[in-house]
Design a protein around this ligand. Structure first.
Ligand code: FAD
Ligand code: NAP
Length: 341
C-alpha cells in the first residue's frame, strides 16, 4: 500500500529553500516500495520526481504527480583484496556523513568530495566533483531499477557516460534509471590522495605541520576551505555552483587572455576550462541582488535566495548573468542544477 502525503511542502527538501508544494509525496525506504510506486506512476501516467537532498534542483511552486524521497539505507563491504575494498552504499545515505564514516573505518579515496550536500544516489547523476576528483574515479558500478525494462540492473561506469558534471542519468535518459545504490573501490592505505589544487595542498600542508599529509588532513582541509567560501544552505538558500565551468578552444583562450591577462584557465587536452566564477565576477555581478535572489558575495558562481525568492527570479537572474558574460567574453554559460517540472 503506497502511503502518499498530499499537498506536501518541499521547502525543507530543497537547498534553495523555495516554497514548492508536491501534489503527492512518499519516502522510499526499500525496493519493495519502489517497484509498486513506479508501476503506479506508469499506470496512472503520473510524473515522478526523484528527490535526494534537493541540493541540485530548482523547483517551481507546484510539483504535479509524485515526489519520491529516496531513503534507502545501508553501507556494506562486499569484497577485499590487498589494500583495496569494494563497498556498496545505498542511495538514501547522506553523502558527507557517509564519507565521514568511511574515513573513520579506514576506507580512503573520496576525501576531496567532503561536505558536498545531498545523497549517495544523486552523486552519479552529475558525477559530482571537487578539487580534482570526480565520483567516476572511484565508482565501479551503479545499481539501478530500470523503469523501462522493469528490472534491477548494475550499470558499469562506461555505460553511464560520465563527463564533467554529466552522465547518462542527466542527459540521455533522465528518469529512466532510479539509482538504488553505488559501488565504489576504496583503499585501506593513504595512497590515493589527490592534492593538485593549490589551495587544497597548502591547507593540507598547514594542517600536517611538517608531518606526512594523511586522508584525515585532506578531509579536514576540504571542509575548512569549503566552509570559508560557500554559503551553508541551512542559513542561505543556494544550490552550490549555479553554472558549469565552460570549455573553450586553446585559440579562443589565447584570444581572451590577450584581452584579459588575469583570466583563469586550466588546459585539459585540446581545450581550456575557464573559471565561470571569474567571468561572472569580471562582469560586476559578485554580491549583487535582484529582488529576493542574488550572487553570493564570496563566490560569484553561487546564486542565493535571500528569502522569499522563487524559480522565476532565479531564472531571470541567471539569464541576465548569462547574457552579460556572453556579450563580454563570447562564452555561453550552462546551468548546473536541474529545473522541475
Ligand atoms: P537532488 O538535488 O535531490 O537531485 C539532483 C538530481 O538527481 C535530480 O534530477 C533528481 O531527480 C536526481 N536524483 C536524485 N536521487 C536520485 C536517484 N536515487 N536516482 C536517480 N536520480 C536521482 N556538486 C558537485 O558536483 N560538487 C560540489 O562540490 C558541490 N558542492 C555543492 C555545495 C553546495 C553548498 C550545494 C548546495 C550544492 C553543491 N553541489 C555540488 C551540488 C549537489 O550537492 C550535488 O549535485 C549532489 O549530488 C545533489 O544531491 P541531492 O541528493 O541533493 O540531489
Ligand atoms: P577554486 O578552488 O577557487 O577554483 C576556481 C575554479 O578553478 C574551479 O571551478 C576549478 O574547477 C578550477 N581549478 C582550480 N584549481 C584547478 C586545478 N589545479 N586544475 C583544474 N582546475 C582548477 O574553486 P572553489 O569555488 O573554491 O571550489 C572548490 C572545488 O569545489 C571546485 O572543484 C568546485 O568545482 C567544487 N565546488 C563545486 C560546487 C558545485 O555545486 N558544483 C560548489 C562548490 C564547490 P572545477 O570546478 O572543475 O574543479
Amino acid at each position: 500500500m503506497l502511503a502518499f502525503q498530499t499537498d506536501f511542502s518541499l521547502q525543507r527538501y530543497n537547498s534553495f529553500g523555495f516554497s514548492a508544494v508536491a501534489e503527492r509525496f512518499v519516502a522510499v525506504e526499500d525496493i519493495a516500495t519502489l517497484i509498486p510506486l513506479v508501476n503506479h506512476c506508469q499506470q496512472q501516467r503520473l510524473p515522478l520526481l526523484l528527490l535526494g537532498g534537493g541540493s541540485n534542483l530548482v523547483l517551481s511552486d507546484w510539483i504535479p504527480g509524485v515526489v519520491a524521497h529516496m531513503a534507502l539505507k545501508g553501507v556494506e563491504v562486499r569484497r577485499r583484496e590487498g589494500t583495496r575494498a569494494w563497498l556498496r552504499i545505498a542511495a538514501g545515505e547522506p553523502w558527507h556523513e557517509t564519507l565521514e564514516y568511511l574515513l573513520q573505518q579506514g576506507f580512503y579515496g573520496l576525501e576531496n568530495l567532503a561536505l558536498i550536500p545531498g545523497t549517495v544516489g544523486a552523486a552519479p547523476v552529475q558525477n559530482i566533483g571537487a578539487y580534482g576528483l570526480e565520483l567516476k574515479d572511484r565508482l565501479t558500478g551503479v545499481e539501478v531499477y530500470d523503469t523501462q525494462e522493469q528490472r534491477m540492473r548494475t550499470l558499469s561506469p562506461e555505460f553511464c557516460q560520465f563527463g564533467y558534471r554529466e552522465s547518462l542519468f542527466k542527459s540521455e535518459a533522465p528518469g529512466r534509471y532510479i539509482i538504488t545504490a553505488i559501488e565504489v573501490c576504496l583503499s585501506t592505505e593513504p595512497d590515493v590522495m589527490k592534492l593538485e589544487y593549490q589551495a587544497l595542498r597548502e591547507t593540507c600542508e598547514a594542517l600536517a605541520q611538517g608531518d606526512a599529509i594523511t586522508p584525515q588532513h585532506l578531509f579536514a582541509a576540504v571542509c575548512q576551505l569549503r566552509q570559508s567560501k560557500l554559503p551553508d544552505p541551512r542559513l542561505i538558500g543556494n544550490a552550490g555552483s549555479f553554472f558549469k565551468n565552460p570549455y573553450v578552444s586553446s585559440a579562443e583562450y589565447q584570444h581572451l587572455k590577450a584581452q584579459y591577462p588575469s583570466l583563469i584557465g586550466y588546459p585539459e587536452g585540446d581545450l581550456v576550462k575557464l573559471a565561470a566564477g571569474w567571468l561572472i565576477e569580471a562582469c560586476g555581478w559578485k554580491g549583487k541582488s535582484v529582488r529576493n535572489v542574488g550572487v553570493y558575495e564570496k563566490q560569484a558562481l553561487v546564486l542565493v535566495n535571500h528569502g522569499g525568492g522563487n524559480r522565476a527570479q532565479i531564472e531571470e537572474l541567471a539569464a541576465a548573468i548569462g547574457q552579460t558574460v556572453e556579450q563580454r567574453f563570447g562564452v555561453k554559460l550552462e546551468a548546473e542544477p536541474r529545473f522541475y517540472p
